[in-house]
Design a protein around this ligand. Structure first.
Ligand SMILES: [Cu+2]
Length: 147
């Protein structure tokens, strides 16, 4: 048997295990992998964003930094039709333009999002996008992007 024939036979035998392996590693990458710092945020039942140890939470990031947001969401008063209880969207303060890749709906419980900080230093604000209670308009958090 030639080397080539042997190789083909070997690849044929391995194709399913390899496919399964590729699929698993892909799923793992999407669900369980965090990147960089993990920042824990509480989207609370009283329509406030909280970061442990901070009275008036300010999220400080480095421009272009890759992080994982781990957000624990607790239901306030209202639930969206799709089950979202809060939202989390990042806006640039000077023009309120949303930052691409930073727009999430939050379901009850803990969820993780891998995001990249804006490349442009400055002031940003994270706002809730679900009308979660009459306090909804005040549900926001300052985000500062440092050079
Ligand atoms: Cu909210």
């Amino acid at each position: 048997m030639s080397w080539h024939a042997l190789f083909s036979k070997w690849m044929l035998a391995l194709r399913w295990p390899l496919a399964v392996l590729a699929l698993c590693s892909c799923a793992w990458g999407q669900t369980a992998q965090t990147q960089g710092r993990v920042i824990e945020i509480l989207a609370d039942h009283d329509s406030r964003f909280r970061i442990e140890g901070q009275k008036q939470p300010v999220l400080k990031l480095k421009a272009g930094e890759r992080i994982t947001l781990r957000i624990n969401a607790k239901k306030a008063k209202n639930v969206n039709r799709d089950g979202a209880i809060h939202g989390f969207t990042l806006l640039r303060v000077k023009d309120r333009i949303p930052v691409p890749g930073w727009d999430f709906e939050l379901k009850p419980g803990v969820q993780e999002f891998n995001v990249t900080a804006p490349g442009e230093p400055g002031e940003y604000i994270a706002v809730c996008t679900v009308v979660c209670s009459e306090e909804h308009e005040g549900m926001n958090m300052k985000v500062v992007v440092l050079p």
